[in-house]
Design a protein around this ligand. Structure first.
Ligand code: BGC
Length: 746
């Protein structure tokens, strides 16, 4: 240690002695025998008011100045300011407090890996995992934990201690530009998967958030819209997803969303923050705002907001916090509690004792393998007529067409964008400036090259798909045509409709017209329409499959891996089947990513479907979707028999499941139950791996909360005694084994 450092240490030591916070061998809060609550209390009480307030006001941890290029005049001043000294370079940053040995808060996005949208940390990369939709499609909570631990370990090794992950908004609109960051339309699947991912992240001594609390269910007008829904419906849907995920994952922080909920901004909603989250759910962590989601000081603080994230160009309300305390508008004790919640969360996850620091070791090989496992487990086989897939040995020639399959696989855009190990490229399609900078990113993982590696004896040719007739000409002369279709999505913009862009429908149609062995591989962040479906033999939905997506897709097509994914979201037959056929507030002329909120007018978004989200809406309206929630084929067949339903206090079903096909496969058996008079809900599932000829007795116990209804008058969950309709099946609305259960009141 250098002499200067020793002197500094001595000064700091003397200062802490003066404050009376030092044990002979260190600080009082270093004592690991104490609980996180006790340790946090000691540390927070050693902080001055200014130090506590600093914790509540992170600054931007990155800057466009890091790019080191001449920025155009349109870039606002706050984005040009240099990166704060000490910041690693990402979302939010609070400087350390050396005299208390309190670490800096270093926040990084997001849920698909340690994000870097290009300018945050030039030259840095991370493992790019598949989209959350892909992860949820695995219906595999163990895999969710594993994915989380990859993110947590990499964040830790890069020096971050807060990961802005845990997207848990329900999919209420299949055009939402951020659905690739969310898990599903179902509160149980979302809660379980997101909760486990959070637990995985935090197992590496990193705080994870859960976000965006709540009802940030469309991107159009996200900063100005008012989401309107009745309380019972909200409790049974979006809030329930958060509640389950919070109970399972214990995130250190909750990020409140941009939008209003029933008239109040989410970040100043006493109902959402004080009453439900901190009151009823006894959430001990802190509430941080989304970036620019704060609209007041006192109202927000009174409602339960603890931390104002960087506001971008918008007013910094928390700048007035000290004055408000001095004038008695906000109690001193309140500020202490706000800071305490942050410090407590850091202790609770182990971030105080095992401090992240840049330059840690990352097992890139193991993490890439995990990314591939998720991509393989989450891809959903939607059609496979004549068993076109897996590609038979007799297939001697293949045309791969479109989707940049010669180069890589598509990823989702916005704050969650990971710059992958292995590299990426942008498809700017002639755009320049900021538009080019925000154009779709492809992870360099080529399905073409991966398939060539698996099938050295097969002639595999490629066409970029830009000219349907040329592509069809190529496809005409091969045994099998594989068309890769992409649909980019980016945070802040919803898709105008369910169609594939870039005239890909015409491309698929042209290819399938001449080659009757055509399969389509979809790389989308949402359900899409498939006008060509009857003409193609097979469809594989690969979502945004991450940095090993090419290898995963090739393995699935070739049969090295077996498809095991099930849809976490209903694929509608058209927008007319949706609760809102047009996206409220959507203006086709204003498709500008991250357009400033200031120029938008507020508008309401009504959710009359209530808790009948997704497949429940389809059941209520007797709509037939293109593909239902829970749906997905395998390379084998499963038979269900011998249903036994046990009621009373708890609901438990058991049944026999047999693999009657010729290959090993994974079945996701789903249990749906209807509260009398209401639509069926997913209340549990079992993921079962069976060899050919093998069978197993499967038992599923219903999650009790999903058998209850929320009574907004009595302010509690109630379960009425009665006969509950029960079915076990392969998908929502597909009742393979049907029964009923007499359940007691609860
Ligand atoms: C997004 C958040 C993200 C934050 C920081 C916001 O625009 O909505 O999800 O964590 O930016 O990058």
């Amino acid at each position: 240690m250098k002499k200067g450092n020793k002197t500094l240490m001595a000064v700091a030591f003397a200062a802490t002695m003066v404050q009376g916070v030092c044990l002979a061998e260190g600080h009082a809060w270093d004592d690991k025998a104490l609980s996180p609550d006790q340790r946090a209390a000691k540390l927070v009480d050693a902080m001055t008011l200014d130090e506590q307030i600093a914790l509540l006001r992170p600054v931007d941890g990155a800057s466009l100045a890091s790019l080191g290029i001449q920025l155009p005049p349109s870039i606002p001043a706050w984005m040009r300011q240099p990166k704060p000294a000490g910041a690693i370079g990402s979302a939010g940053y609070v400087p350390a407090i050396p005299r208390l040995d309190f670490p800096a808060l270093q926040e990084s996005d997001a849920g698909l890996g340690v994000a870097d949208i290009g300018y945050l940390r030039p030259g840095d990369a991370a493992t790019a995992l598949p989209s959350s939709l892909a992860l949820a499609a695995s219906f595999d909570t163990g895999l969710a934990r594993e994915a989380g631990s990859v993110i947590g370990a990499e964040a830790h090794a890069k020096g971050f201690n807060v990961q802005l992950a845990g997207g848990a908004d329900l999919i209420r609109d299949p055009r939402n530009g951020r659905n690739f960051e969310y898990a599903s339309e179902d509160p149980l699947l979302t809660g379980d998967m997101v909760g486990e991912e959070i637990a995985g992240i935090q197992s590496k001594h990193i705080v994870s958030t859960i976000k965006h609390y709540v009802l940030n269910d469309q991107e159009t007008g996200r900063t100005v819209l008012d989401a309107r829904i009745d309380e019972a419906a909200l409790r049974e849907s979006d809030l329930l997803a958060f509640q389950v995920a919070i109970e399972r994952g214990h995130p250190g922080a909750v990020m409140c969303s941009y939008n209003k909920v029933n008239g109040n901004y989410a970040c100043e909603s006493d109902f959402l923050l004080n009453r439900v989250l901190k009151g009823e759910w006894e959430f001990p962590g802190w509430v941080m705002s989304d970036w620019g989601a704060v609209h007041s000081l006192k109202q927000s603080v009174d409602a339960g907001l603890d931390q104002e994230s960087p506001q971008g160009g918008d007013p910094d309300y928390f700048a007035g916090l000290k004055d408000a305390v001095t004038h008695g508008d906000i109690p001193r004790e309140k500020v202490r509690d706000m800071a305490y919640r942050i410090v407590r969360a850091l202790f609770a996850v182990g971030a105080m004792d095992d401090r992240p620091a840049p330059g840690g070791t990352i097992d890139k090989v193991a993490d890439a393998a995990a990314a591939q496992r998720v991509a393989e487990a989450g891809a959903v086989l939607l059609k496979n007529d004549g068993q076109l897939l897996p590609l038979h040995e007799s297939v001697k020639s293949i045309a791969i067409i479109g989707g940049h399959a010669d180069i890589g696989v598509l990823s989702g855009g916005g704050s969650s964008q990971v710059t992958p190990y292995g590299g990426s490229f942008r498809d700017a399609r002639g755009q320049t400036g900021i538009a080019a900078f925000l154009s779709p990113v492809y992870d360099l993982s080529s399905p073409l090259k991966a398939l060539q590696a698996l099938r050295p004896g097969t002639r595999i040719v490629f066409d970029d798909g830009s000219d349907p007739q040329r592509a069809a000409e190529l496809a005409r002369h091969v045994d099998v045509a594989l068309v890769f279709a992409v649909k980019p999505q980016i945070e802040s913009l919803d898709a105008p409709d369910l169609s594939l862009p870039y005239q890909q429908d015409a491309l698929i149609d042209a290819v399938a017209t001449v080659n009757h062995h055509t399969a389509v591989v979809l790389e989308t962040g949402n359900p899409v329409a498939m006008p060509w479906l009857p003409k193609v033999k097979a469809v594989l939905e690969a979502w945004y499959p991450g940095q090993r997506g090419g290898e995963a897709i090739a393995s699935l097509l070739d049969g090295k891996a077996a498809p095991a994914g099930r849809l976490p979201v209903t694929f509608p037959a058209g927008t007319a089947q949706l609760p809102r056929p047009a996206i409220p507030g959507f203006d086709p002329a204003r498709q500008v990513p991250f357009e400033g909120a200031g120029r938008l007018s507020p508008f309401p978004v009504d959710y009359p479907e209530g808790s009948n989200v997704g497949y429940r809406w389809f059941e209520k309206n007797k709509f037939t979707p293109l593909f239902p929630f829970g749906y997905g084929l395998t390379y084998t067949h499963f038979a269900y028999s011998h249903l036994l339903v046990k009621g009373g206090q708890d609901l438990q079903v058991s049944f026999k499941l047999a693999n009657t096909g010729r290959t090993a496969g994974v079945e996701v058996a789903q249990l749906y139950v209807a509260v009398p008079g209401r639509t069926h809900r997913l209340v549990g599932w079992a993921k079962v791996d069976l060899k050919p000829g093998e069978s197993q007795t499967v038992t599923i116990t219903a999650d009790p909360r999903f058998l209850a209804s929320y009574d907004a008058t009595l302010h509690r969950w109630t379960r009425l005694a009665g006969v509950y309709d029960v079915y076990v099946g392969k998908a929502a609305g597909v009742s393979t084994l049907h029964g009923s259960a007499t359940l007691a009141a609860q």
